[in-house]
Unconditional design. Structure first.
Length: 304
């Protein structure tokens, strides 16, 4: 087992020419003396600091050269490499203590960890929809009815784009471009999302065959309308979704985020880049998108 070398830890720092390992040794000596940590804890600190030092070397940086921007880039790198949020939170806690120590020793003038927040922990979900279950859900509405045709179009658009329910029910006709196979979403940010062939087919069919029959007035700009031609509500949509989910026995997996989660998980599992899915979902923070990534970390061309 690795041990803390007392000879090493007594090394004297003489300036920027000293390498990061000397600073790690000095910090571990400080922890051993002031916090009386057991050897395993010291080894964990050494392991985290050494891993961070290795990343710094790949960026041609050192402990005394790193900026807050570089620190942020490091944690973004950890997300793209598939590190769990809990692991990154532990790393940040370790680095905060380390850089506070360097600042107190007047080896750095500012703390690059100041005000940095730990990555969000991965949410635990009891079950996610498989691609087969989503396919069954999409086919559940009775397309021979006006309501069923509308519901199929809504489900197809939801699964094709990953929009949230509020964005879905607020869509206006002018936001949809069937010819270009895109839809413009006006959420926290404006984003133009691609539509697959299936979504385009069912949207076109709904607009030409069902929307007017639902009582939509000629001057109505709302894309999806209720039974009386008015705007769909969140409650009405989720009532319909639950109805279809019960038909294929996946009601326990359906939640207000169910299809949005399925969209993200299936995209990532089939090879989409994390940043691409982040842009489609409209996430400001990449760690929010990482919560949808497969646990094994290896992200493997979207379906449909």
């Amino acid at each position: 087992m690795e041990t803390i070398d007392s000879g090493k830890s007594a090394a004297v720092y003489s300036g920027p020419a000293d390498d990061d390992s000397v600073l790690i040794d000095r910090y571990l000596e400080h922890l051993a003396g002031t916090r009386q940590l057991v050897e395993n804890s010291l080894l964990a600190y050494r392991r985290d600091l050494s891993r961070f030092s290795a990343w710094l070397q790949s960026q041609r940086l050192s402990f005394i050269q790193i900026s807050k921007l570089s620190m942020q880039q490091y944690f973004i790198w950890r997300i793209t490499e598939g590190y769990h949020a809990s692991s990154s939170a532990r790393m940040l806690s370790c680095l905060k203590g380390f850089f506070r120590y360097l600042q107190l020793q007047q080896l750095i003038t500012s703390d690059p960890c100041f005000n940095l927040k730990p990555p969000k922990a991965r949410a635990v979900h009891a079950g996610s929809l498989t691609e087969a279950e989503v396919e069954a859900l999409l086919q559940s509405p009775d397309q021979a009815t006006t309501i069923g045709l509308r519901d199929r179009a809504m489900l197809e658009l939801l699964y094709a784009t990953g929009v949230n329910v509020s964005e879905l029910i607020s869509l206006q006709l002018q936001q949809l471009d069937i010819n270009a196979a895109t839809v413009q979403i006006q959420g926290k940010s404006v984003r133009v999302l691609p539509l697959g062939e299936e979504a385009c087919y069912w949207l076109k069919k709904y607009i030409h065959e069902s929307r007017i029959e639902l009582g939509c007035a000629e001057d109505c700009d709302q894309l999806f309308v209720g039974r009386r031609g008015g705007k769909m509500t969140r409650q009405a949509f989720w009532y319909r979704l639950k109805y279809y989910a019960r038909q294929i026995s996946v009601a326990n997996k359906i939640s207000p985020q169910g299809l949005r989660r399925a969209f993200a998980e299936h995209m990532l599992a089939n090879g989409a880049k994390l940043q691409h899915v982040q842009q489609m979902l409209g996430h400001a923070d990449l760690s929010s998108t990482q919560s949808y990534a497969p646990e094994n970390g290896r992200l493997r061309v979207p379906m449909r």
